[in-house]
Write a protein that binds this ligand. Sequence first.
Ligand SMILES: Cc1cc2nc3c(=O)[nH]c(=O)nc-3n(C[C@H](O)[C@H](O)[C@H](O)COP(=O)(O)OP(=O)(O)OC[C@H]3O[C@@H](n4cnc5c(N)ncnc54)[C@H](O)[C@@H]3O)c2cc1C
Ligand code: SF4
Length: 324
Amino acid sequence: MNLLPEFRTLRPATLGEAVSALSAQGAQALGGGTDLLPNLRRGLGQPATLVDLGALDDLTGIAVLPDGSLRIGACTALETIAEDALVRQAWPAIATAASLVAGPTHRVAATLGGNLCQDTRCIFYNQSEWWRSGNDYCLKYRGDKCHVVVKSDRCYATYHGDVAPALMVLDAQVEIVGPQGSRTLPVAQLFQEDGAKRLTLQHGELLVAVRVPPAAQWRASYVKVRIRDAIDFPLAGIAVALTRDGDTIAGLRLAITGTNSAPLLVPTETLVGATWNEATAVALVQAVRKTSNVLLTTVAAVKYRRRVLLAMTRKVVDELWSDS
Ligand SMILES: Cc1cc2nc3c(=O)[nH]c(=O)nc-3n(C[C@H](O)[C@H](O)[C@H](O)COP(=O)(O)OP(=O)(O)OC[C@H]3O[C@@H](n4cnc5c(N)ncnc54)[C@H](O)[C@@H]3O)c2cc1C
Ligand code: SF4
């Protein structure tokens, strides 16, 4: 049986204490632990200290701010977000994405911050220590070669988070606090396309909340394809936000997950002003194909993941267009 490595846990009572604890060498944030703890049990990582954010009341809860935007604390459970009446009514794509993460027992413990910051995944990495050592490890952890892109000098492990793309198409921002103070970033800029260094967070920083502007005329949706509907990560996922002015696309944002080392916004600017017809659908599918980089990082075939991604693109926009 795999055991957890030795580490210390701290449960700070204030944000200041949390930042100070996370600034120490080898410290790592702990949300619900549903991503981090299974990885540690597999020998992936050896933190000296886990900083449990669960006692920070300021990081929990859902509120609508005076300007009509939504603020969700980073330690809010995904189940709470998925069930929240206001989120479901005004920002349904976020509630849907949260409701599709893992299984029900995970969602009760799993937090929004942990969901965004979850590790990237690869069939050569999410394995037992015994399996990985038998394959000389890999570039991401303890090794010097990538088995997926053999001549690569970077890791291509895939980001499979469900909530990030829904937030990205709604133009959401993340509030970050760290040793240098606080800052706010568009959600897309929290990520970088490197499977071994997926986040742009600096040492000691943590996510405090996510802020989403009023949905106004935007209609948005999130869909994913997975092996078992009851529990699995997305083999591919897509979020779309659309505004329509008569027969014209007035605004279009699209983000993908489960395909690259980061959730990515697909360039759609050239389609704004067009109508939604066959030519526009072909151009959008092409843009998704160009942005995505599906590799052999999951047990499902690359060709299948690419095909469902492209098929979902057209279907989601079709549905949003008809409903607008
Ligand atoms: C069987 C199984 C199926 C899963 N299926 C899915 C799925 O379908 N979709 C999906 O998106 N995920 C899935 N997951 C992964 C995971 O359960 C979720 O992503 C979950 O939301 C992680 O949240 P958490 O609070 O448990 O994160 P944790 O495990 O606590 O943390 C994850 C990472 O985020 C960091 N972190 C946590 N909170 C913060 C913060 N506030 N600021 C900065 N860093 C922070 C931690 O240091 C760690 O690196 C699955 C996991 C399992 C085991
Ligand atoms: S993509 Fe390559 S370096 Fe990254 S985890 Fe997989 S095998 Fe390792």
